[in-house]
Design a protein around this ligand. Structure first.
Ligand code: GDP
Ligand code: MN
Length: 373
């Protein structure tokens, strides 16, 4: 589960990682320009609190001053960003940026260790840095004595004197924070201010969903996301929400992973990962469709079934039953092969549902639908 920026920054505070002075404005709150006086600033940054990043590029980060403050708040609350209605805005001091850095800690199961990732080219997504300037990304497993290795590799960046030392201090705090069931703790950008301070301007924290019972405080606040994950779990599904627009349902984690990769290959963007597991009956299929469609981002639904203990006719009946009972306002594409495929395909045909035996053709169709073509 992803925490919002504000929840992440609360954790940063707790672990003494410096964040910009800020406060939260809830939808419906009475707010006024006292904040400017309280923080002794003339400009603020307003940031939509949704559990996804890339807000800067999609209008979720606005700059404001005393004269347009109320108007900007209204403007931001009226937006839908990455499919999320905004119920909370974080208003914080605007920093004077000298340089934007990237810092994160992720759990690497392959290395059996937390990994520290650092780059001098922060402010854009790590994938973009990896594509444009891979030589400017440093990865170090956090094992005893990692600091010297990290320091050595950072020399190429020519950062102001003392900066690397400070990055190491912050990394140690972030490491302590991550040890609380966190699989990703990212600061992007980590801002080097003109007065040579390092401030965490953003936070992305992913909490291991399996450890949610130890972090009940997030269940209430992140209700929408947690509810879907919980609902899916009760049905024996694995569900992870993503930020694209193609709803995905498949049987088997490997098949669903492969589906996401193939979608990306055809320039499609998955809205979620949902694995129904093996042997799902028609009721389970109907439920899986319900869960996926609760994400308002979905513009196209793709169901990929490789029948084995899962029977194609059961799956087809589940889809057809859902369509009979519900008004479906997005196109559905199905790829269905394996046990009882002929019966399954017959049921889909009768229900007027697009289906394919070939995965690439099917995915191509689902992507075309997602683009409204
Ligand atoms: P994200 O797009 O969801 O990752 O949101 P961020 O919090 O990372 O903000 C996106 C971008 O907005 C940053 O990379 C900065 O360029 C800019 N930004 C965010 N906060 C500040 C700030 O306090 N001062 C200035 N000048 N720019 C900021
Ligand atoms: Mn960011």
């Amino acid at each position: 589960m992803n925490l919002t920026e504000h929840q992440g920054k609360k954790l940063f505070n707790k672990f003494r990682i410096k964040v910009p002075k800020g406060t939260v404005i809830n939808r419906g709150d009475n707010f006024n320009i006292d904040i400017f006086n309280k923080f002794k600033v003339d400009e603020l940054v307003l940031k939509a609190q949704i559990p996804f990043g890339k807000r800067g590029k999609s209008g979720g980060v606005l700059f404001t001053n005393r004269s347009n403050f109320k108007q900007k708040i209204k403007e931001l609350f009226s937006k839908i960003i990455h499919g999320f209605k905004i119920n909370q805005i974080r208003a914080e001091e605007k920093l004077n940026i000298a340089k934007e850095l990237y810092l994160s800690i992720t759990l690497s199961r392959a290395e059996k260790s937390y990994m520290l990732i650092f780059s001098s080219e922060g402010g854009v997504e790590i994938e973009e840095i990896a594509e444009k300037t891979p030589q400017k990304i440093i990865k170090v497993p956090l094992r005893t004595g990692w600091e010297a290795e990290f320091d050595k590799q950072c020399q190429q960046f020519n950062l102001p004197l003392g900066t690397i030392k400070k990055v190491i201090q912050i990394s140690k705090k972030l490491h302590q924070l991550a040890k609380n069931d966190i699989t990703l703790a990212e600061i992007n950008p980590l801002i080097l201010t003109k007065s040579n301070e390092l401030v965490a301007a953003d936070s992305k924290i992913t909490l291991d969903t399996n450890a949610l019972f130890r972090h009940k405080e997030y269940l209430q606040e992140n209700k929408e996301q947690a509810n879907l994950e919980e609902e899916a779990k009760k049905m024996g599904f694995t569900y992870v929400q993503l930020d694209g627009n193609i709803g995905v349902i498949g049987n088997g984690a490997g098949l669903v992973m492969c589906t996401l990769d193939t979608l990306a290959h055809f320039n499609g963007a998955p809205a979620n990962f949902l694995d129904i597991g093996g042997g799902a009956n028609r009721e389970k299929i109907t439920k899986a469709i319900e869960i996926v469609l609760k994400n308002p981002n979905c513009k196209s639904l793709f169901i990929n079934i490789f029948g084995g203990i899962t029977k194609c006719d059961e799956v087809a009946s589940g889809i057809s039953n859902y369509l009979q009972k519900n008004k479906m306002n997005i196109p559905v594409t199905v790829r269905l092969i394996g046990t009882n495929e002929q019966q399954g395909q017959q049921i889909l045909k009768q229900a007027g549902i697009h289906f394919f035996k070939d995965i690439e053709q099917a995915i191509n169709q689902a992507v075309v639908f997602s683009k409204g073509e």
